[in-house]
Design a protein. Structure first.
Length: 275
């Protein structure tokens, strides 16, 4: 007769009801029981990265009397050197939305790769820097709240922000020491950030993620445009190294694409007219 029999109808109904139940309980669907988490002491937890304080950051500088300013300065000098050498030694990946994506392994014992995403933006470097620094709400829909924990000088601060995540992933909180420059050679701008511990920055989200490395290089490329390069290595807490290797870079590429798109004017619908 061409009609489904009762067995087929029953199986379809059961599958539909099962799917409907999964949708209704989506927030609980992939949760790991708390008891299982407390029993698990795997290598990922044991190798957990901890953020340094400002004083501890200064001690990582080789020179005597090192401080966090010297540490940040070394990060910026290394970034300028890499840019001058055209970022040698990076492995290029396929990417989306006219962005460029590459990675390299760091070799410090942590399995997370360092990612680099680049894009051209229809705005001058100083404007792009301000968009990244103070206008994240214009390009990141997951941006929930932020505060400047401590202003250390006119171009350096301890900054805390919170990003939403799709359920069942937790809301993530970040506390970073960041500094920026707008007076670099050839009109370049730069922003570097790294996670730190700060007594005046209690947890605002559910999980504190760790920014191991975040560097924005913004170079002029003619006609009022800029080339934005974001170098990034972040432990989001809760993903496998395999996920970072396969997925995290594409999130970095999508981020620089959103920054670029935030400058593009809205296209008005309707017939073209000559003015």
């Amino acid at each position: 007769t061409g009609k489904p029999d009762q067995k087929d109808l029953s199986e379809n109904l059961a599958a539909t009801q099962g799917l409907a139940h999964m949708i209704m309980e989506c927030n609980k669907l992939f949760e790991v029981p708390h008891e299982m988490v407390t029993q698990s002491r795997n290598s990922y937890v044991d190798a957990e990265v901890h953020s340094p304080t400002l004083d501890e950051l200064g001690k990582q500088v080789d020179e005597e009397g090192g401080n966090y300013q010297m540490y940040l300065e070394s990060l910026m000098q290394n970034l300028q050197k890499e840019a001058k050498e055209k970022f040698k030694g990076w492995v290029t990946c396929s990417s989306i939305e006219n962005t460029e994506l590459a990675y390299k392994k760091v070799g410090d014992g942590n399995p997370l790769r360092l990612w680099k995403a680049s894009v051209e933006v229809e705005a001058p470097p100083s404007v792009v820097l301000n968009r990244v620094l103070r206008e994240r709400h214009l390009w990141d829909e997951d941006f929930l709240q932020w505060k400047v924990v401590e202003s250390l000088d006119k171009q350096t601060e301890v900054y805390q922000y919170v990003l939403n995540s799709m359920a069942p992933h937790p809301i993530r909180d970040f506390v970073v020491l960041r500094t920026w420059r707008t007076d670099l050679p050839k009109g370049m701008c730069m922003l570097v950030a790294i996670s730190v511990e700060h007594e005046e920055a209690p947890l605002m989200g559910a999980v504190r993620a760790i920014v191991m490395d975040s560097q924005y290089l913004i170079e002029p490329c003619g006609s009022g445009k800029a080339r934005l390069t974001h170098i990034c290595r972040i432990d989001l807490k809760g993903h496998s190294p395999e996920w970072y290797n396969k997925g995290f870079g594409h999130l970095c590429a999508a981020e620089v694409a959103r920054i670029r798109n935030s400058f593009q004017p809205l296209i008005a619908e309707g017939p073209e007219t000559k003015i």
